[in-house]
Design a protein around this ligand. Structure first.
Ligand SMILES: Cc1cc2nc3c(=O)[nH]c(=O)nc-3n(C[C@H](O)[C@H](O)[C@H](O)COP(=O)(O)OP(=O)(O)OC[C@H]3O[C@@H](n4cnc5c(N)ncnc54)[C@H](O)[C@@H]3O)c2cc1C
Length: 369
């Protein structure tokens, strides 16, 4: 069995930032990611990021990923395993890893940081299992990573940032976006992204939902319907759209399988995306020495993921003796100041409340085993 000080699962903004931070204080870090590139969501984001300048707003997602990779490469304390999937983990902090084209490798870690990100939520309707119905993130991966346009006439379900950003990218990729459905009467995305698809002539249907996907062997169309304030279909408002791709941009849940497997306790907090590993304000879970950071600890953004990564990295390094108690406190306070800032906007207050509730639950009920 291989021994490592800190193993980080996931090389997205949270995992990379955690690694950079922990290594800065002298800890030895291994970052493992299943993809052939680091950056997680970042490497498929060709749009300019929103947020604050300090958190690289205005830069394209893949460039942020490239900057983080440069920092990783400069550090002698960070090892990176790509094309490697972590398939098992236990309370003793032993991991089973499958590097590409090799058998299973066993690793014993002193500390683990889970930064596995999120998984797309689906909605279910007649025909949802036809080829041609997929998550918007899956369509984005096909297009921006594998260079395959998954459809020519697209219906997007969901007008949040993910729905409008990926709609615009599909237009850039050569598809026609026939419409964007929104069940709420207000649109969910930031104005700058919504304006781009509006200027491109994409109609928004709201408050509308999908009634069924049409087609025998694959998607050939979609029937949509208006809904009332109780989210019930309004008879007579059905519209048939001719499409070959239906994308769902209907939110995310934290990707938590490894946390379940390791025996972490969970708390259900809808504002954070559902079932989330219970954690404290240092991002340590109820299993001592296992931390979480980024979307696995609550669905947010790359900026908060990077700060959370640093927080977990600082604390993991401190618990290995690389930073004094005083230094850890100073660094933790600085990161918390920035996190509070990032969570102060009108769209972020729900997540701030969700986090506060989480820390309360942790302190009420759980003592590290
Ligand atoms: C379309 C879209 C647009 C966005 N735009 C913005 C924006 O403009 N600004 C912004 O701040 N945020 C934006 N976000 C959100 C942002 O991308 C995420 O919040 C952020 O990437 C979360 O970082 P993370 O490190 O937690 O997870 P991720 O970036 O998802 O990284 C997790 C990594 O872990 C890997 N992994 C998971 N499980 C395993 C395993 N078992 N073994 C090995 N590897 C594993 C995954 O493959 C992935 O590479 C956007 C998201 C989307 C989908």
């Amino acid at each position: 069995m291989i021994h490592k000080e800190i193993v980080i699962v996931g090389g997205g903004p949270a995992g990379l930032s955690a690694g950079i931070e922990a290594a800065k204080y002298g800890a030895e870090v291994l970052i493992i990611d299943e993809n052939h590139l680091v950056g997680g969501q970042l490497f498929k984001q060709i749009h300019k990021f929103f947020g604050s300048r300090e958190h690289k707003a205005g830069m394209r997602g893949f460039s942020i990923g490239r900057d983080l990779l440069e920092e990783i490469n400069k550090s002698e304390n960070i090892e990176l395993w790509l094309n490697s999937e972590v398939i098992g983990i236990n309370k003793e902090k032993e991991l089973l890893v499958v590097p590409k084209d090799q058998g299973v490798v066993e690793i014993k870690a002193e500390k683990i940081i889970l930064a596995t990100g999120a998984i797309e939520k689906s909605i279910y309707f007649p025909g949802w299992d036809l080829p041609g119905v997929m998550g918007a993130g899956a369509a984005q991966t096909m297009m921006n990573v594998h260079r395959i346009l998954p459809g020519k006439k697209v219906l997007m379900i969901g007008s949040g940032n993910v729905g409008v950003i990926i709609s615009y990218q599909m237009i850039q990729g050569g598809a026609e976006v026939v419409g964007i459905l929104e069940a709420s009467s207000t649109l969910g995305g930031y104005g700058v992204h919504t304006a781009k698809v509006t200027r491109a002539g994409v109609p928004f249907y709201r408050p509308y939902t999908i009634k069924r996907a049409i087609g025998e062997d694959c998607v050939e169309g979609a029937e949509i319907v208006q809904i009332d304030s109780q989210w019930q279909p309004v008879e007579g408002t059905e519209v048939i759209l001719e499409v070959d791709l239906i994308c769902m941009a209907t939110g995310f849940n934290p990707l938590t399988e490894l946390a379940w497997m390791s025996g972490c306790q969970f708390t259900y907090i809808p504002e954070l995306g559902g079932q989330v590993p219970t954690h404290n304000d240092r991002l340590e879970t109820t299993v001592k020495g296992i931390y979480i950071a980024g979307d696995i600890s609550g669905i947010e953004e790359a900026s908060t993921a990077m700060e959370e990564g640093k927080l977990a990295g600082v604390h993991a390094a401190h618990s290995l003796g690389y930073l004094s108690k005083e230094k850890e406190k100073v660094e933790r306070n600085k990161i918390w100041e920035r996190l509070n800032d990032l969570r102060s906007g009108p769209m972020d207050i729900k997540r701030k409340n969700g986090k506060e509730l989480m820390f309360l639950k942790y302190n009420e009920g759980c003592i590290n085993d």
